[in-house]
Design a protein around this ligand. Sequence first.
Ligand code: HSE
Length: 313
Amino acid sequence: MPTLLTVSIPATSANLGPGFDCMGIALDLWNTFELHSTAPDQPMQVENFGEGAQRLPTDASHMVAATMIDEARKGGKEAIDARRGYKIVCRNAVPTGSGLGSSSTAVLAGLIFANAVRPHADGDAPGASADGESTLARACAIEGHGDNVAPAMLGGLVLVASHNTKFVTRRIALPNIKVCVCVPDFNFLTSQARAALPTTYLRADAVFNIGHALLVAEAMRAGNLSLLAKVMEDRVHETYRLPLIPGAEDAKRAALDAGAAAVALSGAGPGLIAFADGAHEDIGQAMQRAFREAGLTARFWVLNVVNSGLRMG
Ligand code: HSE
């Protein structure tokens, strides 16, 4: 069963406190996806290893397969039916439903695989012309926000803004930054986390977030944790989401008490991300304890921010 393409995509943490939907970082924890060809009449098959392997679908409804099939079907004369003849193998290190962008890795892999199997008018070898810009644009459109897919693709810190119907992104390379991410075993869907937010905000809160988000970007660029400690504060989403995750407010406080400079909800949660220049294990254990007191088991990872994103091969 020949392997057509392998792609590795990192975990991401979006929002970084006040940068709701507008910034995210890539973390050194990777999902790897392989695309294999099978007999032409064989229905799409997915094999899962690692995180979520017991729960994830093994057929065309798997997010990587569904995205690939959907995308391959588009494109006029170049459209193909990818429901048969392919098998996808997923080796997942990124916990699912955690706020670490695992679904973004799946969307990106699906888009890249679709691009690889579609006949290319310019005669490029399949897969060789996975045009980064259009893949990113499609991924942002599918997700509706680009703060996970953009850092997953580009690495580092990525700033994202919508422009007309498109997204503008800029990557900023980061110095060495180590974080501790703690993920409670709690089902908190992004759709549910987004539905919990108000549709309008006070001007004072908007101004608060704009200033804080700008300074978070600068603190990250400079690796300045004392600046980050002052500015990683949010009034747009955390206020509404943290109370819905048992133990999350206590876990945030516990991480700060254990030495973290700043703590934010990772993406839409339920995971928390803590920035610190040391004591990462202590911080992780403190968060774990707080979640445990609220009745939830939790796991933590100590991770470096990574300046490279999606890689092929
Ligand atoms: N910015 C998105 C949200 C990230 O907070 O809803 C989802 O991972």
